[in-house]
Design a binder for this molecule. Structure first.
Ligand SMILES: Cc1cc2nc3c(=O)[nH]c(=O)nc-3n(C[C@H](O)[C@H](O)[C@H](O)COP(=O)(O)O)c2cc1C
Length: 362
């Protein structure tokens, strides 16, 4: 009887350990990069371009490419926008801008010259590309692969002076260290807005739509926010996937936890980088292009970045922050910045198959 009981307990523990081990393993998403009508080089370029950031990793871009003309058009996929949190499509256009800049950089890294044009409504970004015979820039590709959002705690030490000065070279970008009143103003609006959003059921439901709560959900959808994106790995990840259902993710206690995380994140950083621009679709796209430049500049200097968009999703708060920070234009991106006490983070490349969003025209 006693042996049977011991045998049962040991088997139970083994099953639990095995389950935790399997469900806690890092997710691996294999993005299929083949697209009928496109050569290998172009598909690789477009894969690296697709590593661009987007709100909720919704990847709300679609692409029509004309290979014989060396031209592609980045458009907005209205089925992938965030109508509750981003009712102005402002972040969708910023994400398109980040993707378009990422396309341009990837083409340039492969030895192409590019030019681009943004339509007045921001919904069509045309990129022309022609081979210039320059060698491949492996360093730039490596930076694009390394870029990621990092939600861990950052150390309070300021980012280096040269980095702050260098930011001035990117139009509309400015850094506010944690010792200034500007930092406090950004934190105040961020947390007020985070609290408002925690009480907004439509925004909670929308977040839940893009939350991935198992490895198989991530592998099937190849988009959205998985445990690793939230910095949850190993046993914590198994427990998160075991105990959080989509029902729970829409509930009060999940929203309260989200607010607590926002509080910790806003506190645990060196400062905020703000990118400002005019309030029109073309300028939103331009802000997204500059977001990509700022982010890669940070990656080059081992500085971690996490956008914190709560405050900016409210037009009134954008204006209030513009005044309080004495900016010439409203802020369009707030990036928490700093160094982590440990290894620089890695990109979690959860990205859709290229043929899902790329159409080839002869
Ligand atoms: C316009 C925009 C707004 C974003 N807002 C937030 C945010 O408020 N909080 C956050 O943690 N990440 C935010 N992100 C980061 C995305 O969640 C992230 O890019 C996406 O999940 C893909 O992950 P990656 O950046 O590691 O590749 C934002 C990104 C963009 C482009």
């Amino acid at each position: 009887m006693k042996i049977k009981l011991i045998w049962f307990i040991v088997s139970f523990i083994l099953i639990v350990v095995l389950y935790l081990g399997i469900s806690g393993r890092m997710v691996e998403v294999n993005t299929d990069i083949t697209v009928d009508g496109l050569d290998n080089e172009t598909t690789k370029i477009l894969y690296y371009a697709g590593l661009a950031p987007s709100s909720h990793n919704a990847q709300m871009w679609k692409v029509t490419i004309y290979p014989s003309e060396g031209r592609l058009v980045v458009g907005l996929d209205d089925n992938r926008t965030l109508p509750a949190a981003d009712f102005e499509n402002r972040e969708a256009l910023i994400s398109m801008g980040a993707y378009a800049r990422s396309c341009i950089l990837a083409f340039e890294a492969y030895g192409y010259n590019t030019s681009h044009h943004i339509s007045e409504n921001g919904r069509a970004i045309t990129i022309n590309y022609t081979k210039n015979g320059m060698d491949k820039d492996e360093g730039l590709i490596a930076l694009m692969k390394k870029r990621h959002t990092d939600k861990r705690e950052y150390m309070p030490n300021d980012v280096p002076e040269f980095f702050q000065t260098g930011l001035h070279g990117i139009h509309g970008a400015v850094y506010f260290g944690r010792d200034g009143g500007e930092y406090e103003a950004i934190k105040h609006h961020t947390l007020e807005a985070a609290r408002e959003q925690a009480d907004n059921q439509a925004i909670r439901d929308e977040l839940d739509k893009w939350l991935r709560l198992s490895n198989s959900e991530v592998i099937n959808t190849k988009d959205g926010i998985c445990a690793e994106h939230m910095g949850i790995t190993g046993i914590k990840k198994s427990l998160y996937y075991t105990f959080i259902s989509h029902d729970k993710a829409r509930g009060d206690s999940f929203a309260a936890k989200g607010y607590e995380m926002a509080q910790k994140q806003a506190d645990a950083c060196a400062g905020f980088i703000v990118i400002s621009s005019g309030e029109n679709p073309v300028e939103y796209v331009n802000a997204g292009m500059r977001l990509m430049e700022v982010w890669l500049y940070a990656v080059r200097n081992n500085i971690e970045i996490q956008p914190m968009s709560y405050a900016l999703e409210n037009p009134g708060r954008r204006l209030a922050l513009m005044m309080e920070l004495k900016l010439p234009n409203p802020p369009q991106m707030v990036l928490r910045a700093g160094f982590v006490d440990g290894a620089y983070g890695e990109n979690i490349p959860v990205r859709r198959d290229l043929k899902e969003y790329i159409t080839v025209e002869k």
